[in-house]
Write a protein that binds this ligand. Structure first.
Ligand code: UT7
Length: 319
């Protein structure tokens, strides 16, 4: 059997840190409100010259170094992003050029905060179909560019960053299963509704969100999709060694873990330091737990996330 396996991870956070106390000077908010409602204490913000592809480049180089893979060995690049460098070409094509990788398919996936799950599932299918050997899968976001910095209900929640993995062909799993879902009837609940017409932005170019609706939906479907992954693999929640959720809000993470009966000691949390980095949050959390030695060979790791669309999904893997 042909499987795919993550053989290297990398992450990158821009240098500038924006704390809750900094935000207190920008909008009518407080460190206490942000920490108690979200668990966030700080987030990173890209410099003016940094684009999603620049963040992706740093994270990709680290993942490729960890994997011992050179640019010429990469034969597929997928970038999950909602904040691409430009309308086109894709951030994946721009990244390919910056990396010096040549003549491999490269494309972006747009599934908002579930983007990395979608991208990883897609790369797994390419590998299992025998169409590539070494895929670079990246989540890279500069949400600071699509936030209304005078809207306290959204600007305190997000941050910038990138996470990457090298996914390689293997005769041992690796990725055991992936589970993707979407329901477009919720498209107005979490959106950047603006569009471009006649060279101008029509409508609002900033993120809008019905926070409560997203919160309730997230807790419900994340439990469902994790149970779907467990059932397909004949596993119990107690078999999972590490749950790596999308890092949107500590209360969503805690509620999901509680419903599943997974203790918080088995949950990787980075939302406190990174904020919500959308498609970058899961690979950044994975990279954190790999580099600090928490995740060990043979362990079951479950990635799950939900985002605008709504989109949601999970990937179960054996490290
Ligand atoms: O990646 C997926 C996308 N996003 C998410 O997963 C986010 C999901 N939703 C959430 O995390 C939460 O709903 C929020 C953190 C966004 C909001 O928390 P909440 O407990 O649902 O608060 P709320 O929206 O019900 O607002 C409570 C109060 C309101 O004041 P009133 O109407 O009770 O007087 C808000 O105006 O908190 C107020 N508020 C703030 N106060 C201080 C909203 N934002 C802030 C703020 N600082 N930054």
């Amino acid at each position: 059997m042909r499987y795919s396996r993550i053989v290297g991870t990398g992450g990158y956070l821009p240098e500038k840190v924006l704390t809750n106390h900094d935000l207190e000077r920008m909008v009518d908010t407080s460190d206490e409100w942000i920490r108690s409602r979200t668990g966030i204490t700080q987030r990173h913000i890209a410099a003016d010259h940094e684009m999603a592809s620049d963040l992706a480049l740093h994270a990709s180089r680290k993942a490729m170094e960890a994997a011992g893979i050179k640019a010429e060995e990469i034969d597929l690049i997928i970038v999950a992003t909602t904040t691409p460098d430009m309308i086109f070409p894709s951030t994946a094509c721009i990244l390919q050029d910056k990396l010096g990788a040549r003549d491999c398919p490269a494309f972006d996936v747009q599934a908002v905060c579930s983007g990395f799950i979608y991208a990883l599932a897609t790369a797994d299918m390419f590998i299992r179909a025998g169409r590539c050997r070494n895929a670079l899968v990246v989540g890279a976001e500069v949400y600071s560019r699509i936030l209304d910095w005078s809207d306290r209900s959204t600007c305190v929640l997000f941050g910038d960053g990138a996470g990457a993995v090298v996914l390689s062909q293997s005769d041992q799993p690796g990725i055991l299963s992936s589970h993707l879902h979407a329901d477009g009837k919720h498209s107005k609940v979490l959106a950047v509704p603006g569009s471009i017409c006649d060279g101008k932005v029509q409508g609002k170019p900033f993120l809008i969100m019905e926070g409560n609706t997203v919160f309730k939906f997230a807790v419900k479907i994340l439990e469902e999709v994790v149970r779907e992954a467990l059932t397909e693999n004949n596993l119990q929640a107690s078999d999972i060694d590490w749950l790596i959720p999308h890092q949107a809000n500590i209360r969503i993470i805690q509620s999901t873990a509680k419903k599943l009966g997974i203790p918080m000691e088995k949950v990787v949390v980075t939302v406190d330091k990174h904020g919500n980095t959308s498609a970058a949050s899961i690979p950044l959390a994975l990279d954190t737990a790999i580099r600090d030695g928490r995740i060990k060979s043979g362990q079951y790791v479950l990635l799950e996330g939900v985002g605008g669309g709504f989109t949601w999904g999970a990937v179960l893997l054996r490290w």
